[in-house]
Design a protein around this ligand. Structure first.
Ligand code: ZN
Length: 394
């Protein structure tokens, strides 16, 4: 026989599941009528209606214009409340800190950045990031919005479960306990993850809606990492360090890598590799893109060579994970479109036919997937389990 406490626990689980499903469907579709919401999610109208009432009361959902098309009574449509609260997203990169504020609907409403360099002391960089985060929070307060949390994306090895930056090779930072530091300072929930993971999440959540089920977001800059979204969820691995695609071994005779090994993928495909291969020590990506547009012979050769190695690595990932989407992004984005055609051709040639069928490779259209995804860490946590927030609001 089921005990009363078990029954209660089951009810809470079902309620969490249903509430989460309603919020996610509204995020995906924009607007929906109550009846369609219930129908699409296979809930009774009564169940859906009860949950919607709570979400309306909590201010996370609003009623919007009447639907007048079709037969029957016109009804009010539901949508996520833009002013249901706001999430702060931050990214500390090798040369800049960027902070945004996004509303509950995922719209970026505020954005500020500041330049840093790897030679700047760690504490100064962190203080600068904290100031920008504080500015974002102050802005939200001025708008009368409730802060929901802060997400942070970092290049390097991030232990997201414990909220710790373990090692950032480009900045040469080790063991920075961002979550405990920032929870104390800002008194808000703090989420941190690797920037390739936040990029994958940001891209998947809003650029792509839910079309991609198995996605790799290759963030290519000075380093290279893959944000893996498998079966619709970010894949972190046993210790949280999955996705170090840049250190996949791709050559036996390659050049030395910063990790201490040689022949890693990042030594063939990255800004550092481009600079070495093109013999341009002070490489400026915009001028490289310009030269590629003008069919500069030397750069076309380098770019083709790099596209070949990019395609080889992607073919390995596709064979391994049977991906449906590979997104290319990161600081190297301005030159990636020039490598796309060749990369696709190499993947077609080298990956197994069945896993690559219907697979798409694209260059992201935005340069802020990562910081946006950092804000999505906050929004997604609420979408996955809205019950505590709803309870605190009604
Ligand atoms: Zn390596």
């Amino acid at each position: 026989m089921q005990r009363v406490s078990d029954k209660k626990a089951d009810q809470v689980t079902v309620r969490r599941f249903n509430m989460s499903a309603i919020l996610k469907l509204l995020r995906e579709r924009g607007t929906l009528a109550r009846a369609d919401l219930a129908k699409e999610l296979g809930m009774t109208r009564n169940t859906a209606s009860n949950i919607v009432t709570d979400l309306l009361q909590a201010g996370l959902v609003v009623e919007t214009e009447f639907r007048r098309s079709g037969a029957g009574r016109p009804g009010l449509l539901l949508e996520l409340a833009p002013n249901g609260g706001f999430a702060v997203g931050a990214e500390i990169d090798i040369n800049r800190i960027i902070v945004i504020a996004a509303d509950f609907n995922g719209e970026i409403l505020w954005e500020q950045s500041s330049g840093i360099s790897p030679s700047k002391p760690k504490d100064d960089c962190i203080r600068e990031a904290e100031q920008l985060v504080q500015d974002a929070l102050d802005w939200g307060k001025g708008e009368g919005l409730k802060p929901l949390g802060i997400g942070l994306g970092l290049a390097g090895l991030v232990d997201s479960e414990n909220g710790m930056l373990t090692y950032a090779p480009t900045l040469n930072w080790t063991h920075v306990p961002f979550r405990s530091m920032w929870e104390e300072r800002f008194e808000l929930p703090i989420y941190i993850d690797n920037e390739a993971n936040t990029s994958a999440l940001g891209y998947h959540t809003y650029s792509d809606r839910s079309k991609a089920k198995n996605l790799a977001y290759l963030s290519i800059g000075v380093g290279m990492a893959a944000g893996l979204m498998l079966e619709g969820h970010l894949f972190h691995g046993s210790n949280g360090f999955a996705g170090q695609a840049g250190h996949m071994k791709i050559r036996t005779d390659g050049v030395n890598c910063t990790c201490g090994d040689k022949g890693c993928w990042v030594t063939e495909v990255s800004i550092t590799a481009l600079s070495r291969k093109a013999d341009l020590p002070d490489l400026d990506l915009r001028s490289v893109a310009q030269l590629l547009r003008e069919h500069d012979a030397k750069l076309l050769e380098v770019s083709d060579e790099m596209a070949e190695m990019l395609g080889l690595g992607i073919a390995n990932l596709v064979n391994l994970f049977n991906l449906d989407t590979v997104v290319l992004g990161g600081a190297m984005r301005p030159v990636l479109p020039y490598m796309l055609e060749k990369t696709r051709a190499v993947v077609d040639q080298r990956a197994l036919k069945q896993p690559r069928a219907n697979m798409r490779i694209k260059v992201t259209g935005r340069d802020n997937d990562s910081v946006f995804g950092a804000a999505c860490l906050v929004l997604d946590t609420i979408m996955n389990d809205p019950v505590p927030l709803v309870r605190s609001l009604i």
